[in-house]
Every structure is written in C-alpha cells, then in structure tokens.
Design a protein around this ligand. Structure first.
Ligand SMILES: [Zn+2]
Length: 343
C-alpha cells in the first residue's frame, strides 16, 4: 500500500509518500480501505515531536477517517461484512474500565488513538478494532464523515456537555475559522445560543458569518474585550470555547460574565499562560478542560451530519501524496474548515 509517513520529527517536509507493507487484521480487528481522512491540528504537533504524547517512529498520522471493510480478523463481530462502508471512531476505548462502563469512555485511560498509539488514516489501508466500527450512515459521504467526526463531536462535548450551553445564552467561539470553531458555531446555534465568533483574518470573518455566527470579530483588535462586553450589554458571555491558548486565553476570561465557563480544548498559540487569580475567584469564573467525545456523542454527530443538520466546512480535498502541503496550509492558517486527504 501507499502511505504518508514520517521517519523523523520535523517540519511538513518529513511527511513522505511511500510504499509500505499491507497491514493484516489481527483477532477481532478489521482491515479498512481508507477513502477519506481528515487533517487535524494536533497532527502537526505529533509530526513536529512536540505533542507530549509517546510516538514511535516511523509513524502514520490520521485520527479520523472513513472507508470500506476489506478483511475481517477472527472473532470480529458477525454484524460486520466485507465491503461495508464504515466510519472509524477516532478514539478506541477499552469498553471495560470504570469510565467505559459508565458512558464516559472519552476518559478511558486505556484508549488507543489512530495516528498516535497505532497507525492512522494517512494510508490506503489501516487495521482497527472491529468492535468499535460505526456504519457510515446513508447519505453521508466519506469526506464529510472524515471532516466532521472530530470537529463536531469535540465542539458538542465542549459546548453542551462541559459548557452546559443553554438556549438564550451567549457563547464566544475563538478562532472560529478552524474545524472545531466552525463546528462550534453550528452546535451553538442548534442549542439556541447567540454566537460571537472570532478570527484574525477578514476573509475568515465573512466565512464564519456565512456559517451562522451572529457576530464576527477580529480578536487581534485592541478593544476586543470591550466590543464583546458591548455586545452583551456589559454583562459578558456565558461560555467561551477556547482552543487557542496564548494571550487570547486571558482575554477570553475577561469576556466572561460572573460564574461563566471557559472550556479549554487546545492551546496551539501557547500552552503555558498567565492567570490572574484575583478576578478568577472574585468573579467566580470556571475554567474547565475538555478532551475528545464519548462514543454516544460520536454516533449522535454522525446522524446529525447524515440528515444535514450539521454541515462540515471542508476547505478542500487533497490527494494523500500532498499530506505535507495540507500540513503547510494548516500551519499557515490558510484553511477555513477542514482539509481532507484522499488516498
Ligand atoms: Zn476504558
């Protein structure tokens, strides 16, 4: 098979499109022919060697992908068949631990992740845990499944499960031109919330308005916090989706109303941030982390993608051999929405 893999950590150029041995499915595994694979920002960190996750080399990236079952290992679920169209869940929980047994499988400490602990979807063929495969819903394309799974399930978990966003509330979505951000706008609108979305580029501001944001703001402007407060009658927002980090983190907290919730789900612009503890406790702010989504949430998202409730924003599809180009585009923030690789 062909795969885009890397043998050393470094810039986008370390991604090489090469021939590799065809993987074979082990017990209870399925071999999947990848038809589309979404590109996620965390993959840039994994490739650069700064992800703080243990990565063995050579490595094949690719968290989220969809394709066809081409072979089943012994003991795979009888309901699966060769030729079936499937979505590979991006997180593979153990199904046995206390978290998995109580519906909180996104907390599973024995989970595996494609592209991190086992080879991912930047390849023509991938083996995966057959028990966890989800059928590709009728009406959903491989590309939209690969573009929508992580972004929408992450945004759903951040805004509804962790942020407890309710109808009539106002949410601030930082860097809304990203995959998670553009999905967050749609999740928040479905929840009946008012959306203030931000970006640093004029083109993206227009785009995030089209996606459904009620207000689109440049977060680099000096009076950004004042503008957000002005839009909320001086009160501040109920929830912030904060996946950027850096100096935007502190400014996000200043946009919150008392008892407001900042949900942190990433830190690409700076992982260690200053925090003024005085307003944190006086204004009784809540800063909470969020990571991944539960299996139930992912199933829900796939159904909402299939019936057209959610529309993944796909910037463009690229052939798998151009994986390095995709990483370059993402690093330069030139993509609005998701990039999808097609083997
Ligand atoms: Zn588990």
């Amino acid at each position: 098979m062909k795969a885009a893999l890397f043998h050393e950590f470094g810039g986008p150029e370390v991604l090489r499109y090469e021939s590799a041995a065809d993987p074979r499915p082990g017990p209870a595994e399925a071999l999947v022919r990848v038809r589309a694979c979404g590109v996620n920002h965390v993959e840039l960190d994994v490739r650069a060697g700064i992800s703080r996750m243990p990565i063995g080399l050579p490595a094949v990236l690719g968290l989220e992908f969809a394709g066809d079952v081409v072979e089943l290992g012994a003991g795979a679920p009888a309901a699966l068949s060769v030729g079936q169209k499937v979505v590979v869940p991006y997180t593979l929980p153990c199904l046995l631990c206390q978290y998995c047994q109580t519906g909180r499988d996104n907390l599973c400490e024995r989970r595996q992740l494609h592209g991190v602990t086992r080879p991912g979807g930047y390849a023509e063929l991938v083996t995966t845990d057959a028990r966890l495969l989800l059928p590709l819903p009728e009406g959903l394309s491989y590309s939209d499944a690969a573009a929508g799974q992580v972004a929408f399930s992450t945004a759903w978990h951040v805004l509804l499960t962790r942020g407890r966003l309710a109808p009539g509330q106002t949410v601030l979505i930082q860097s809304a031109g990203s995959g998670v951000g553009s999905a967050g706008i749609q999740v928040a609108k479905l929840a009946g919330a008012r959306v203030i979305a931000t970006s640093s580029s004029g083109d993206k501001l227009e785009r995030i308005r089209q996606i459904g944001a009620d207000h689109a703001l440049d977060h680099t402007r000096a009076d950004f916090v004042d503008v957000v407060l002005g839009l909320t009658d001086g009160c501040g927002v109920d929830v912030v989706l904060q996946h950027v980090g850096g100096e935007l983190f502190e400014r996000s907290l200043r946009c919150l109303k008392p008892d407001g919730i900042a949900v942190v789900v990433g830190g690409h612009a700076g992982e260690v941030v200053p925090l003024d503890i005085i307003p944190l406790f006086r204004r009784q702010l809540q800063i909470i982390g969020s990571s991944r989504a539960t299996r139930r949430e992912i199933e829900r998202i796939l159904a909402l993608l299939a019936d057209g409730t959610f529309r993944p924003v796909v910037d463009r599809e690229l052939p798998l051999r151009d994986a390095a180009v995709a990483h370059q585009l993402l690093a330069e923030r030139k993509a609005v929405g998701k990039l999808v690789l097609v083997p």
